[in-house]
Ligand binder design. Sequence first.
Ligand code: ATP
Ligand code: MG
Length: 592
Amino acid sequence: MSTDRPATPTAIPHQAVPHQAAPHQDFIRQIVRDDLASGKHAAIHTRFPPEPNGYLHIGHAKAICLSFGIAAEFSGWCNLRLDDTNPGKEDPEFVEGIKDDVRWLGFDWHELRHASDYFEVFYRCALKLIEDGVAYVDDLDAEQMREYRGTLTQGGRNSPYRERGVAENLDLFRRMRAGEFADGSRTLRAKIDMAAGNINMRDPAIYRIRTIAHQNTGDAWPIYPMYDYAHCLSDALEGITHSLCTLEFEDHRPLYDWFVDRVDLPSHPELWQPLLDAGLPTVPAKPRQIEFSRLNLSYCITSKRKLAQLVNENFVDGWDDPRMNTLRGLRRRGFTPAGLRLLIDRVGVSKQNSVIDYAVLEGCIREDLDATAARRMAVLDPLKLVLTNLPEDHEENLAFANHPKDDSFGTRAVPFARELWIEREDFAEVPPKGFHRLKPDGEVRLRGVGIIKCEQIIKDADGNLIELHGTLDPETRHGMPGADRKVKGTIHWVSAKHAIAAEVRLYDRLFNVAAPDSEEDGKSWLDHVNPLAKRVVQAWLEPAAANVDPEQRFQFERLGYFVADRADHRPGSPVFNRTVTLRDAWTKPAGQ
Ligand code: ATP
Ligand code: MG
C-alpha cells in the first residue's frame, strides 16, 4: 500500500444516534488491526463495488457501512467502483442513483472509478496470460463448455482447443478484440485444472465476445471481461488492501488469488501504463478478499431482479416508492441514515448467515427519530368535537414543547378554538373493557388544554355519528388549581378552524409474510405482496406541521413518525408519509 496518496481519509458520518462506545471487535476489523500493527500495510484501502444495473437496497447498506466505515475508522480510503463489465443491463441512471445513495447514507469516496476505466489494462493482462501459457482461446460454444465442465461430483474434461500454441492464441484473441468473430463463438479461458474440485477453477472464462454498446465505453469493445477476472484485477489496480464481499464469493477466492498472482500487476508497470497516461493515479497492490455474511431481513426482498420486477409490473410506483426496501424507497419513507447505520452496527459482522427481524430495523429507526424528530399534532380520521361552553369566537395560542425530552427543540404556538378535530377511534359509544378515552358522559384530557366531558352525541338521519358536543373544565388547565385532577386518558386534537388539510400516505410492510422468497407454501413471492401496504387518507394538521420543507420528519403525537414527501409535498398542499408507527403492530399476539 502506498503512503504517497493524497491524505483524504473517508469522511466519518454524522452520528445522530451515538454508535456503540466500545470499538467494533468483529473479525474483519481484527484482521485490519493486525495488518496495520505488523506493518503489512501502512494504510488500508477498501472499495464498494456495485454493479449499476439497479438501485441499491438495504442489503447494500451493510456492505457500504462496512467498507466505508472501516476505512474511516482506520484513517484509510474507500473507493466507489462501478462494476460495469456487463453491458446491456447497466444504465447511467443507476450510476447517479448509487452515488446519491452512498452520500445520503453519510459516506464519501476517496476516488470514483469504473471497472470499464480498466478495459485496456484487462486486455493487456490477458495477452500476458496467453504469453505465459496460462490462457487459451476456446472454440466450444456455451453449451459444450457446460458439458465439458463436469459436475460437483465429477471432474471436467479438457477442451480439444486447450493445447493451442501461444502464437495461435495471441492471433485469435487479437482478432476477437478486433471484432472478427460472432458473439459466443469463441472464449478466452484460463488454463488451470479441469479436474479441480472447485468448479470455479475448471478453466474459467476470462473474456467473451459480445457486440453490444457499453454505457461508458460505447462501441469501443466487442469483447467483455468476466466478473471473476475483472473484479480482482480492479482491486489490485486500485491498491485495495482488503476486498470485502459477501459469502457467496468464498468459493471464488482461489480464482481471485490465481489471477492476482499470475498477472502480478505490481511487477509489470507496462500493463497499467495506460492508466497513468489517462491521469488515473495507480499504485497496484496485492489485495486480500475477505467474506462476510449478507444482511437478510424478514419481510424484505433483496434481489435486484425482483425489485426491478416490482417496479416493471407496477406493484409499486417506481424504485423510490416508500414501500420498497431500496435506499431511495427507505429515504422517501422517512428512514434516516443514522437509523440504518445503527441497524448495521447492531447486526454486526460475521460469517454466520442469519435473517434479521424487520422489527429490529424499525426499532433502530424509532430510536433515531425519537431523539431527532420534533413533535406535532395531526388527526388522520377526523371526528368533530364542539366545546359548547366556550364562546363562538374563542381563539387562543397555546405554547407546546416541540420535544418532551429535549428543550433545545424549543416551543411552538398551537392554535386552539371552540371546534376541534379529534381521532374517530378516540371515541367509543359502547366502550370496550379498559377503554380510557372518550365515551358518552365520560371525561378525557385534551393534550395541553385540560379535561373535557362528552355531553352529547350528534347523529344524522341514518344514525351515523357526525359530531360530539362537550364542555371544557377550565380549572384543569396546566397552572390552574384543578390541573392535578386525574383522568385516565389523554387524546390529541387540532383546531378545526386552523387545521390544514393534508394527504397522508399510511405505509406498512410490502409483504405480509416474513419470508416472501420461500416457495415452501407453493406460492410465488408475488402472491405475498401486502395489498394494505399503502393507504391514503385526508388528514388535518396543526399549522406548524404543514409549512415545512420536503423530507422534514416529525412525530405526530400518538400516531407515529411521518416525513414530508420528497417529491410531492408543498407547504401549501402538504403530503406526508408514515415512516413507522410508534409501536410494533406485527408481533402482537393473534387476535389483538
Ligand atoms: P446482483 O449481483 O444480483 O446484481 P448484488 O446485490 O450482488 O446483485 P452488486 O451491485 O453486485 O449487487 O453488489 C455490490 C456489493 O454489495 C457486493 O460486494 C455485494 O457483496 C454487496 N451486497 C449485495 N447484497 C448484499 C447484502 N444483502 N448484504 C450485504 N452485502 C451485500
Ligand atoms: Mg453481485
